[in-house]
Design a protein around this ligand. Structure first.
Ligand SMILES: [Zn+2]
Length: 233
């Protein structure tokens, strides 16, 4: 009996882990993690901004005429509303990355809804746009997220490639990201560090400076996530 129970629990545990963390899971909330493999296109995404360094990244993207997607935290948007506005003015997409960047494990549906709703309002107030995309902090999905996303009309977005750019140096970020990019890839990088003010994101920006010319030379179209997952946008 013990064996059967353990096997059943093991199965449930594995399903739970998959549902909460796997990039391809839509168990607790609908999400995508890549665009169509038929198009030679990909998307750069930046989480945890806006930060004091975001304008440097915006200038770099403008130099290369590249549009990206920024998953912003409401608290950071409230700290730097002008930077959030600048992101939109520069032709980029803003997605919702929650208000305070919590881990959603064991949080109530009302807590989850509140976090998503407050971030949505902060972005609307500062930047004048209503996000249609949501990236869960730490990639953690939890019961209650589906209803919260549905009520705010938010599609979840995970990633094809995660840069580990909070930990790695520039060279290692490039070495990690580049071989994993293929058609439809969504790359997750960071222009902030959760809610920290004045975070050091220099390695990320230098990695992007190296990556963009290589990706362009390979013929990739660099698009926003909405353009990538819904080509009529
Ligand atoms: Zn984050």
């Amino acid at each position: 009996m013990g064996g059967i129970t353990c096997a059943a629990l093991g199965g449930a545990g594995a399903l739970m882990t998959y549902g909460v963390r796997a990039r391809s899971s839509s168990l607790f909330a609908p999400s995508v993690y890549r665009g169509a493999a038929s198009q030679h296109a990909m998307a750069l995404t930046f989480d945890d901004g806006p930060s004091e360094s975001t304008p440097v990244l915006l200038r770099l993207l403008a130099e290369h005429n590249v549009a990206a997607t920024f998953f912003q935290c409401g608290a950071n948007v409230e700290r730097l509303p002008e930077v959030a506005r600048e992101v939109v003015r520069s032709g980029h997409e803003i997605g919702n990355h929650s208000q305070t960047h919590p881990k959603f494990y064991f949080r109530s549906p009302s807590f989850i809804r509140e976090e998503l709703t407050r971030a949505q309002a902060a972005i609307e107030n500062a930047a004048g746009v209503t996000p249609s995309l949501f990236r869960a902090p730490f990639g953690v999905r939890w019961p209650g997220m589906r209803a919260a996303q549905q009520s705010l009309r938010l599609m979840g977005v995970m990633w094809t490639v995660i840069g580990r750019d909070c930990k790695l140096d520039t060279k290692s970020i490039v070495r990690r990201v580049l071989p994993r990019i293929d058609n439809g890839a969504i790359v997750c990088l960071h222009d902030g560090r959760e809610l920290r003010a004045r975070p050091d994101v220099g390695n990320t920006i230098e990695a992007v400076r190296r990556l963009i010319p290589i990706l362009k030379a390979e013929g990739y179209r660099l698009q926003t996530v909405s353009q990538l997952i819904c080509p009529t946008n």
